[in-house]
Ligand binder design. Structure first.
Ligand SMILES: *Cc1c(COP(=O)(O)O)cnc(C)c1O
Length: 441
C-alpha cells in the first residue's frame, strides 16, 4: 500500500471512528495496520513495529499463528455460530472441560460471555443470585480495591477505582460500593497488616450487605499496573470465609501465564468462588470470556428463586471463539511457557533498569512478562506516541505508565529492541506544565 492510501485510511478513520477512550477528530495519531505476524505489526505504508502490548494482554502466541488459524478454519467448515439456548456443541464442551482441568480447584461450572466487562457483570449477578438463593437477599453490594479495573460497563465501572474509574463523570448512575486501600506492599514485600485490617473493618461492619469481594489477584492492571503480595490475597480469602462474603477473582488480564503462573491466584495457592477469564483466553483472536464457579454456588442459584441464572448473551459460547480458545490453551500448555515468561522477565528487568535513575521516573517494576515504567507525570500522547513508532516499536502508554507485556514468543533480540526503545524514548522526555513531553519540543 502506498503513502497516499495510508493517508486516506487515516483521514477516513478520523472522520468516522471512535477509538478506545478517544474523541472524534482527536489530535492523537492512529496508525493503520495492514497485517501482523509473530510479534510484528506491518503498517499500511510498509513500516514494521515490534509489538510490546500483545494487543492489551491478549496475543500471547503472537499474530497469525498457523495452529490458531487452522483451528478457526476447521471450525468454520462445520459452523461459525449457533444459538446456545437449548443447543450445545463440542467446542464449548471441550473448552469447558479444559478450563475446569486447569483452573484453581473447586471451579466446576462455566458460563461463556462475550467480553471481559460482560464477564464481570455476570460474576456480580451470580453473586447476588447466590445470596438470594441462600435466603439472604440483603447481600447485594460489593467491596473492591482502590486502583482496581474491572471493565467499562456500568456495574463493572462501579467496582473500578473511584478516581480513575470515571465515577465522578457518571455520578449516581453507578451503584455505591465499598472500597478498601490497594495493598501497599509490593509483590515480594509481604503483607501490610494495615491493609488487611482495613478490609476486615469493612467486612465486619457491612458483611450483611456485601455479596462479594472483587479483586484482580496479585496484579492490578489498567487501574495502575501495580503488583502486590500474594500474602494479601491469602488474607483476603480467609477474611471472605470468616465474614461469609464470596471472592470474585478477575483474572481477565492475568490469566494464562502472564504473571509467571498460569493463574495469578496460584501465587497464593487460593481458589476464588467465582473466576473471570477473558483477553488471552482465545489467544487474542476473538472476543470471548468465561465465568467459572463452584458447584455450591451454581447449586444455590438453581435452588433459589427463580431457579435459573438470569443472563444469556446472543453470541454465548460462539463455536469459532471456543475452538480457537481450545487451540490456544493447547499451544500454551504444550510450550515451555514458564521458561519464556522467566526469560522475558529477565529481559524486561535488564532492559528497563536504565530508566530507574531518570528524574521523571517514579518506579520501574517487573513481574512475569509485565514490565512497567511509572513516570512522575502523565505522558503527552500526541507527541510521545510517534516517538515509539519512529523507533520501530509499538508501545501504548496511558497516564503515567509506560508498560510492556509482549507476546510470549518474542525473542531476546526483539525484546532488547523493545526495552531499548522504551529507555530511549523515556530518556528524551522532560516534565513541562505537568506532562512528560519530548525534550526540546
Ligand atoms: C480488560 C479487563 C476487563 C474488561 O475486559 P473487556 O474485554 O475489555 O470488556 C476486566 N477486568 C480486567 C482485569 C481487565 O484487564
Amino acid at each position: 500500500m502506498n503513502e497516499k492510501s495510508y493517508e486516506r485510511l487515516v483521514a477516513a478513520d478520523r472522520a468516522m471512528l471512535w477509538h478506545p477512550y478517544s474523541a472524534i477528530d482527536a489530535a492523537t495519531p492512529v496508525y493503520p495496520v495492514a497485517s501482523a505476524r509473530g510479534v510484528r505489526l506491518t503498517l499500511a505504508d510498509g513500516r514494521e513495529l515490534i509489538d510490546g502490548m500483545a494487543s492489551w494482554w491478549c496475543m500471547i502466541h503472537g499474530y497469525n499463528h498457523p495452529v490458531l488459524n487452522a483451528a478457526i478454519e476447521h471450525q468454520l467448515s462445520d459452523m461459525a455460530h449457533v444459538m446456545f439456548g437449548g443447543l450445545t456443541h463440542a467446542p464449548a464442551i471441550d473448552l469447558a472441560r479444559r478450563l475446569i482441568e486447569i483452573a484453581p480447584d473447586g471451579l466446576e461450572h462455566v458460563f461463556f460471555a462475550d467480553s471481559g466487562s460482560v464477564a464481570v457483570e455476570v460474576a456480580l449477578k451470580m453473586a447476588v443470585q447466590y445470596w438470594r438463593g441462600r435466603g439472604r437477599p440483603a447481600k447485594r453490594r460489593f467491596v473492591a480495591l482502590r486502583n482496581g479495573y474491572h471493565g467499562d460497563t456500568l456495574h463493572a465501572m462501579s467496582v473500578c477505582d473511584p478516581v480513575t474509574g470515571m465515577h465522578t463523570l457518571f455520578g449516581d448512575l453507578l451503584p455505591l460500593q465499598f472500597f478498601v486501600p490497594p495493598p501497599h506492599a509490593g509483590f515480594a514485600s509481604g503483607v501490610d497488616e494495615g491493609d488487611v485490617a482495613a478490609l476486615e473493618q469493612v467486612l465486619d461492619g457491612h458483611g450483611g450487605e456485601i455479596a462479594a469481594l472483587i479483586l484482580e489477584p496479585v496484579v492490578q492492571g489498567a487501574g495502575g499496573m501495580r503488583f502486590y503480595s500474594p500474602d494479601y490475597l491469602r488474607a483476603a480469602r480467609a477474611l471472605c470465609d470468616r465474614y461469609e462474603v464470596l471472592l470474585i477473582a478477575d483474572e481477565i488480564a492475568t490469566g494464562f501465564g502472564r504473571s509467571g503462573r498460569l493463574f495469578a491466584c496460584e501465587h497464593a495457592a487460593v481458589a476464588p468462588d467465582i473466576l473471570c477469564l477473558g483477553k488471552a483466553l482465545t489467544g487474542g483472536y476473538m472476543t470471548l470470556a468465561a465465568v467459572m464457579t463452584t458447584h455450591a454456588l451454581a447449586q444455590a442459584i438453581a435452588t433459589g428463586d427463580p431457579g435459573v441464572f438470569m443472563h444469556g448473551p446472543t453470541f454465548m459460547a460462539n463455536p469459532l471463539a471456543c475452538a480457537v480458545s481450545l487451540a490456544s490453551i493447547g499451544l500454551l500448555l504444550a510450550s515451555d511457557w514458564q521458561a519464556d515468561v522467566t526469560r522475558i522477565e529477565r529481559g524486561l528487568t535488564a532492559g528497563l533498569e536504565a530508566c530507574r535513575a531518570m528524574s521523571h521516573v517514579a518506579d520501574v517494576r517487573v513481574l512475569g512478562a509485565i514490565g512497567v515504567v511509572e513516570l512522575s507525570q502523565p505522558v503527552d500522547m500526541a507527541t510521545v506516541q510517534p516517538m515509539f513508532v519512529e523507533r520501530g516499536v509499538w508501545v501504548r502508554p496511558f497516564g503515567r505508565l509506560v508498560y510492556l507485556m509482549p507476546p510470549f514468543v518474542i525473542d531476546d533480540t526483539e525484546l532488547a529492541r523493545l526495552t531499548a526503545g522504551v529507555a530511549d524514548v523515556v530518556g528524551r522526555l522532560v516534565v513541562e506544565s505537568g506532562r512528560c513531553v519530548p525534550v526540546g519540543r
